[in-house]
Structures are given as structure tokens and as C-alpha cells.
Design a binder for this molecule. Structure first.
Ligand code: SF4
Length: 365
């Protein structure tokens, strides 16, 4: 059994590594850390990896895609006939992040720890190989949707009931019976049923799932004990920042808000997520950030725009750095910020304009 944690260079996967080391040291001792390196990452990411490595006292293994003659991204760009990756054709994630990871683990039985937070309602784009099981320690429910669907399926009610009777320390209260024996339906959704059980006890629920899976073929089925089952808490965005602060680890430098001025007004910009410097998921203001903070990398990104291919749908990198256009983008960013301030805050973090569900755990979490 291998335990692995992919560091994307983002705050959540880094915080998860800190969390496991400080709260579950025995488990953390077994964890192998890796970083799927496209060779096109931001310098801030490489700096973070060095600092995190010192904190963990363990190596973060760098995984690179196979390419004998040049950088793997450039190699696959040739293979895809110069077709730049985009949200519709995301070959980069598959070739440079997922495949090197799957090759590295081979056919080993693997528990892969993913830093999706308790305030996020998604699983991300993760490996679906049978020998790789994803675990989400920041959430109350640490299991993947596949496992939940299996364990809480209406056809499993009897077994679920039996396991609960055996492993609930309080025995099967009337409330437990009522929840477990009520089948999921349009009136009683799976998510509701799950939350009702978690609201009574997180650790009991996670223990029951663990025991339920004992006769199945999942990697976790092979473990006799599992320390994460004792966990009751869930980590939200504030908790992530707290983990950095309490443990003296710096958040990745690209998150720092940098002030700029346009049309006599002040605004701030930053890069909102990790990943390649030319990532097509970045917003226009982040491209401007790259242009002004890392002009050399912006220039390299520009060199990829040829034969009619561009990183963005409707304009090229050369278009957006024209003074008039750049001022517009900066101004729009200030207006968006003002609008955001005027909308009441939700406890779900919406720090992105793209669909997070599709984002690759290895690139951004
Ligand atoms: S960070 Fe963006 S460009 Fe890089 S591999 Fe991930 S999706 Fe592709």
C-alpha cells in the first residue's frame, strides 16, 4: 500500500501536506509527496516546493512526462500539431500531469490524498484507475463520490444498517435508524442523507464506510486500521491560511496582492492559482500580472502563439498588452472587485470564474 500526496504548487495541497504532518504524523511518515512538473511552472511554485520540502523533511518527487528530445510540453505540442491546449482540448493535463502520476504508481495499491476543502462541493479532475483511491482529508466525508454511491445505495441499506449497529459507539439510536432506513429518493436526496449522518458523528460515519469496504477490492480495504477515521473536523479556507500561519510556511508568492494604478484609481492583481505560467485558465488580468511581474515568461508565452493559435479565444497576448487594452483590463478588474464587495459574502469560496469541477487536482489544488 502506498500513500501519496500530489503538491500542485497551490495553497490547498500544500496546506494538506502541513496538516497531515502536524495532525497525523504517523500517516505523514508513510506519505510520498510528488509534483508533476511540466517544466513551465511559475518560479514562485518552484520556490514553494523547496520551502515545503524543508518543512516536511522529505523529498517531493518531481515527475516529468516522457520526452526524450525536449521539454515535455513542447514535445506534446508537436504531437498535437501545434494545437495549443484549451479548456475544450486539455491534452496538457492528461499528458503532463495525470499520465506521469499513473506511470509512477504503476499497479501499486495507492491512497491518494487530495486537498479539496470542506467548503468546496467538487472532486476535481482526478485519476479514476481502480488501484488509485482518492481520499479527501479536509472534508467531513473523506470518501469519493463513487464510494458514497456504493455504500449508501438503496440496495445496500441492510448491510449499511448492520455495520452501523456494530460500529456506532452510541448504538443505533432512533435517529440513526430513521436516517439509515429511509431510502434515497427525490424527497430525500443522497446529499441530505449523508449530511444527516455526518451531523451526528463524522468519525462514526467514516468508520462505518471503512468497515463496509472491508470485503471489497478498494486499496483501503487492505488496511486494518486508519488514523484519519478519528478526525471530526473539516478544513475551510480560513483553516488553510491558519495552517500556513501556525506552521511558519509562506503561502505561494503569486498569491500576494500587488497594487497598480490606472485612470487615477488603485487596484490590485495577483495570480489566483498555480499551474503553468501560460495556463489558459488564467483571467486576462492575470495575463497582465504575468506581463508586468514576469515579462520574460510572458514573452515565452507569446512565442507559442503562432499559425493562428492563441491562448485566449478572442484576442492574442499582443492585443492585450496594447496600452489602451491593458488599461481597460485593469479598470474592469477594479470594477469587478467593487461589484464583488457589494454582494453579500457566501461561505462557499468563489475565487474563480471557471468551472472548478473540471480543474485538475494536480495543477491547481
Ligand atoms: S496548469 Fe493549465 S496549462 Fe498547465 S497542465 Fe494544467 S491545465 Fe494545462
Amino acid at each position: 500500500m502506498r500513500h501519496v500526496l500530489g503538491i500542485s504548487g497551490g495553497k490547498d495541497s500544500t496546506a494538506l501536506a502541513i496538516y497531515l504532518k502536524t495532525k497525523f504524523p504517523d500517516l505523514a511518515n508513510q506519505v510520498e509527496y510528488y509534483f508533476a512538473d511540466t517544466g513551465k511552472e511559475l518560479p514562485e511554485t518552484y520556490k514553494l516546493l523547496d520551502e515545503l520540502q524543508s518543512f516536511l523533511g522529505k523529498q517531493i518527487v518531481r515527475l516529468e512526462a516522457n520526452s526524450s528530445h525536449k521539454n515535455a510540453f513542447d514535445h506534446y505540442l508537436d504531437v498535437y500539431n501545434g494545437y495549443l491546449p484549451s479548456s475544450m482540448a486539455r491534452w496538457c493535463t492528461k499528458k503532463l500531469k495525470l499520465e506521469p502520476f499513473e506511470t509512477w504508481v504503476g499497479n501499486d495499491q495507492v491512497l491518494s490524498y487530495v486537498g479539496i476543502r470542506g467548503d468546496e462541493d467538487r472532486e476535481g479532475y482526478i485519476s479514476t484507475k481502480q488501484n488509485i483511491q482518492s481520499i479527501f482529508p479536509f472534508r467531513r466525508n473523506i470518501w469519493s463520490l463513487e464510494i458514497i454511491n456504493l455504500v449508501m445505495h438503496n440496495s445496500s441499506i441492510d448491510k449499511f444498517f448492520d455495520v452501523y449497529s456494530k460500529f456506532s459507539p452510541t448504538g443505533l439510536t432512533e435517529r440513526y435508524k430513521e436516517i439509515i432506513l429511509t431510502p434515497q429518493s427525490r424527497k430525500y436526496l443522497l446529499s441530505q442523507k449523508l449530511n444527516d449522518l455526518l451531523n451526528i458523528s463524522v468519525s462514526t460515519f467514516n468508520r462505518v464506510v471503512f468497515e463496509f469496504l472491508k470485503d471489497k477490492e478498494y486499496p483501503i480495504s487492505k488496511l486494518k486500521e486508519y488514523s484519519l477515521l478519528e478526525k471530526e473536523e473539516s478544513i475551510y479556507l480560513n483553516g488553510v491560511y491558519q495552517l500556513f500561519k501556525e506552521n511558519g510556511v509562506k503561502t505561494p508568492g503569486y498569491y500576494d496582492e500587488i497594487e497598480y494604478e490606472v485612470n487615477g484609481e488603485k487596484g490590485t492583481y495577483k495570480r489566483s492559482r498555480s499551474g503553468c505560467y501560460f495556463c489558459f485558465y488564467q483571467r486576462k488580468i492575470e495575463w497582465i500580472w504575468l506581463y508586468e511581474r514576469h515579462p520574460d515568461l510572458f514573452k515565452l508565452a507569446q512565442e507559442y502563439e503562432k499559425d493562428g493559435y492563441t491562448w485566449m479565444d478572442n484576442e492574442s497576448l499582443n492585443d492585450i498588452i496594447q496600452p489602451k487594452r491593458m488599461a481597460e483590463i485593469k479598470q474592469e478588474n477594479i470594477e469587478k472587485f467593487k461589484k464583488k464587495l457589494s454582494i453579500p459574502k457566501s461561505n462557499k469560496l468563489i475565487d474563480t470564474l471557471v468551472n472548478d469541477e473540471e480543474l485538475c487536482a494536480n495543477c491547481f489544488i
